[in-house]
Write a protein that binds this ligand. Structure first.
Ligand code: SF4
Length: 64
């Protein structure tokens, strides 16, 4: 599973890195980005929680 942030939808609220900092970071433009890595099993729940908590549904966690 990988995470992806659609920057078109991100409003830069900072929630996703606060929930799952190993996968989500705030980019220089103030919007979130996701690490382009296979999400480790032990933080998969965190990554999914971040996706579910995103106010604009900008995050996808899926097999990509
Ligand atoms: S939670 Fe959603 S809107 Fe907030 S920074 Fe992350 S991707 Fe952007």
């Amino acid at each position: 599973m990988k995470a992806f942030v659609n920057k078109e939808d991100c409003i830069g609220c900072g929630l996703c890195p606060s929930i799952c900092p190993d996968i989500f970071k705030m980019d220089d433009d103030g919007l979130a980005i996701a690490e382009d890595i296979e999400i480790p099993e032990d933080i998969l729940d965190e990554a999914k929680e971040a996706a579910e908590s995103c106010p604009t549904d900008a995050i996808t966690v899926d097999n990509m």
